[in-house]
Design a protein around this ligand. Structure first.
Ligand SMILES: Nc1nc2c(c(=O)[nH]1)N[C@H]1C(S)=C(S)[C@@H](COP(=O)(O)OP(=O)(O)OC[C@H]3O[C@@H](n4cnc5c(=O)[nH]c(N)nc54)[C@H](O)[C@@H]3O)O[C@H]1N2
Ligand SMILES: Nc1nc2c(c(=O)[nH]1)N[C@H]1C(S)=C(S)[C@@H](COP(=O)(O)OP(=O)(O)OC[C@H]3O[C@@H](n4cnc5c(=O)[nH]c(N)nc54)[C@H](O)[C@@H]3O)O[C@H]1N2
Ligand code: SF4
Ligand SMILES: [Mo]
Length: 684
């Protein structure tokens, strides 16, 4: 039997058809506008049954033995009882705010973020923290400060596509299909990436930029577009404010001065500015290559302004503004005392830019545990994350999580983080639970992620874990629902649709017709109702109103600039279609389906240091040391190396975040530069 659902093995949330026989998942197929034989295939989805039925799955709640030596299996009643008891104990001893709930990337896509927020808010702790300072939420924040919400590229209909720090062929297959289609239909494809990816090879123009320096390129393009009158004057006049301020700041970044710093030529910058401004419609696909840098907020704000200046906004084939589903906000934030200060309060603008994203700077969890700054956290629940390998500066993170009085982990597998836990609660996989994904609520159409099989073993869907814990904490009124369907129906009531409707519309249900140029009759969701090229809000809060008005980092102490002792520049990535971050290395077909933990070294650098293909190489930064296997490759330029991402759970010696730092954070989004770093190599 085939059932419509959504795959959530990565954040792409692909609508799929799952094939089930005798209550067993057999396989699943992505849906797409392309004919089945033309669709891109996903290795993880092909391994869906292997993942779901993996012998490594956690099938029972586990409680740490009293002597600390390993875990014993427990029933849910005992495990949840113990977690609830710890919640009450820490609340009594240090206040509810001493408890934090940390969410990894899988949570929002894999388990609705609204539920733990609701639980924590009603319990009295403001500390439900996401990892958005390194994932795309800081970019969402930047877009929102320019035109009110995040814009999504509609690459399929574009005539010019700029892929900027994104690699959809490995990370978002539906988007990649749209890009390939547009290219085949004549679109000019530009890729801005320090690494020669498959998309870069396919591109008409590939700009091999210096990692971490995209903000300078964006400002130089703005200057070029304004200086040559290439902007859409009517659009700017009608819909934007702050043009003169932007013009003045951009003039500080002429192509001639910027080019050398970013490893490009002035002509490359000028050509790109002209191409983007004059080929319409044009879309910019911005990605995680930009996110994990301290300057992400200003960089992606500047890129958002490129869209605005050229009028490439909310038109077919450009970047379009979302049409959110009018769902009920069920987070109950108003239950918190008015003066409640989350541990992330240093980043107040980021905490409050959206009604539902909540607090995002996960490094603050480590600060609060280790330095008691701004106050101590004593207990943390980690849901669908593996901070011990995915957060920057792993040794500091490990020190912090080891110091906690109570750690609870909700996961499908025994991770490095789970190994430190006092209680581990086994979660069901995406094919075993019904839920709404945020991506769906954010923009029409709505898709239901529908359970296609029963939970494996004694695992529970995340919603059930949170609801049951809530009831044990005396929050039965807040969690009255006995099923996912009841909770979703309540949340979707304002939209006038129910789970039953979604099930009848497996191809997606539109609550509102697709519309473009919505700004013609709706103000932008900014304080001024206009696109803000200068932000009064930022200015008033003491930050530059125009991106990079106070100059461009990175500061000399940044890891992102080479030094005599650490002469190479390392970048983290690419992501591999077989894995998601630290996940799936225990799945044999995926583990053995390609390269392992490799470091790509340019043959010239390898020759200079006497390295050969396959050598065991030590990689060192001021923070730490790891080992990987050498792969000689011209995909990186001399002086640069690329490190495979996500191997830290499988092999601690290859844990990339042992090299990265979280000491210097961007003032607005709290992001540290962990995507690129200075390093040196030696043969082991
Ligand atoms: N298969 C798979 N899919 C995934 C994931 C996964 O781990 N595996 N992870 C999911 C998650 S959490 C996310 S956030 C998305 C991320 O997906 P993407 O946004 O596509 O991000 P990455 O693939 O990490 O990086 C994109 C590109 O940025 C380049 N890059 C690195 N540094 C810079 C820089 O300074 N400037 C520029 N211009 N480019 C740079 C890299 O070389 C890489 O080719 O993917 C999601 N999907
Ligand atoms: N150096 C470096 N650091 C990075 C990155 C990088 O590219 N380089 N990428 C960054 C980015 S963009 C991100 S988003 C983070 C990712 O950081 P994390 O979210 O910590 O990364 P994952 O390894 O995807 O961990 C997700 C965990 O959730 C579990 N899980 C999966 N599905 C479910 C579910 O439905 N319910 C529950 N309860 N658990 C589930 C998985 O088994 C896994 O252990 O890493 C960041 N860190
Ligand atoms: S890209 Fe693959 S793993 Fe990610 S959601 Fe789509 S099918 Fe699932
Ligand atoms: Mo991410």
């Amino acid at each position: 039997m085939m059932t419509d659902t959504v795959c959530r093995f990565c954040s792409s949330c692909c609508p799929v058809e799952a094939e089930v026989e005798n209550n067993r998942l057999v396989g699943a197929r992505r849906k797409s506008f392309l004919d089945p034989d033309k669709r891109l295939s996903c290795a993880k989805l092909a391994a869906a049954a292997e993942i779901v039925y993996s012998p490594q799955r956690l099938l029972k709640p586990l409680i740490k033995k009293e002597d600390g030596a390993g875990f014993r299996e427990a029933e849910w009643d005992e495990a949840l009882g113990l977690v609830a008891e710890k919640f009450q104990q820490h609340k009594k001893e240090n206040g509810a705010q001493s408890i934090g709930w940390l969410r990894g990337m899988a949570a929002d896509w894999g388990a609705p973020w609204d539920y733990p927020n609701r639980l924590m808010n009603s319990f009295g702790s403001p500390n439900t923290i996401g990892n958005g300072s390194i994932c795309f939420v800081a970019r969402d924040f930047a877009h929102s400060y320019v035109y009110g919400s995040m814009a999504f590229p509609e690459a399929k209909g574009a005539k010019c596509i700029i892929i900027w720090g994104k690699n959809d062929g490995n990370t978002a297959l539906g988007a990649a299909e749209g890009i390939h289609w547009a290219k085949e239909h004549g679109a000019h494809l530009v890729v801005i990436d320090p690494v020669e990816t498959a998309l870069a090879r396919k591109a008409d123009t590939w700009l091999q930029i210096k990692p971490g320096h995209d903000g300078l390129l964006a400002m130089a393009m703005i200057n070029e577009i304004i200086g040559n009158g290439l902007y859409d004057a009517e659009f700017v006049e009608t819909y934007c404010q702050g043009f003169d301020e932007l013009k003045q700041v951009a003039a500080k970044y002429p192509a001639e001065e910027v080019a050398e710093q970013i490893w490009l030529t002035p002509q490359q910058i000028r050509d790109l500015a002209h191409l983007y401004a004059t080929t319409k419609p044009a879309a910019i696909v911005d990605g995680n290559g930009l996110d994990m840098h301290r300057e992400v907020f200003d960089t992606t704000r500047a890129i958002a302004m490129l869209r605005a200046l050229t009028g490439n906004l909310d038109k077919p084939g450009s970047d379009v503004l979302p049409q959110p589903v009018p769902a009920r906000n069920i987070q109950l934030a108003d239950r918190l005392p008015a003066d409640a200060q989350p541990i992330t309060s240093e980043f107040a603008l980021f905490n409050t830019f959206s009604e539902t994203w909540g607090n995002q700077v996960q490094g603050c969890v480590v600060d609060a545990i280790l330095n008691e700054k701004p106050y101590p956290l004593k207990m943390v629940v980690v849901q669908s994350g593996n901070p011990l390998v995915t957060m920057a500066d792993s040794s500091r993170t490990r020190e912090a999580f080891s110091k906690l009085e109570t750690l609870v982990v909700i996961d499908m597998f025994m991770t490095e983080t789970a190994k430190l836990a006092d209680v581990i609660l086994p979660a069901s996989s995406c094919f075993e639970k019904t839920q709404l994904n945020r991506s769906s609520i954010r923009n029409n159409p709505l898709f239901l992620q529908d359970a296609v099989i029963e939970p494996i073993g004694d695992s529970w869907p995340d919603w059930k874990i949170v609801f049951e814990l809530g009831r044990r904490l005396g929050l039965a009124e807040e969690f009255p629902w006995q099923s996912a369907e009841e909770a979703i129906d309540y949340q979707l009531e304002p939209a006038g649709v129910s789970v039953a409707d979604l099930r009848k519309n497996g191809k997606g249900l539109r609550i509102e017709e697709l519309r473009y140029e919505k700004y013609r009759d709706q103000p932008f969701k900014t304080p001024s109702g206009k696109i803000e090229l200068f932000s009064e809000r930022l200015h008033a809060a003491g930050f530059p109103g125009v991106p990079f008005a106070d100059g461009f980092g990175p500061s000399p102490i940044s890891f992102a600039s080479q030094s005599v002792e650490y002469p190479l520049l390392g970048v983290s990535g690419s992501r591999d279609i077989r894995f998601t971050n630290s996940q799936y290395r225990t799945i044999p077909s995926l583990l053995n389906g390609g390269a392992g933990a490799v470091v790509d070294i340019h043959p010239e650098d390898a020759m200079a240091q006497g390295f050969s293909e396959g050598d065991r190489i030590g990689i060192e930064t001021p923070k730490g040391f790891i080992e990987m296997t050498a792969r000689l490759s011209k995909t990186v330029r001399p002086g640069m190396v690329r490190l495979a991402w996500g191997w830290g759970d499988y092999d601690q010696k290859a844990n990339l975040n042992s090299l990265t730092e979280d000491d210097i954070r961007g003032a607005v989004s709290g992001t540290s530069t962990s995507r690129s770093f200075m390093c040196r190599l030696r043969r082991m």
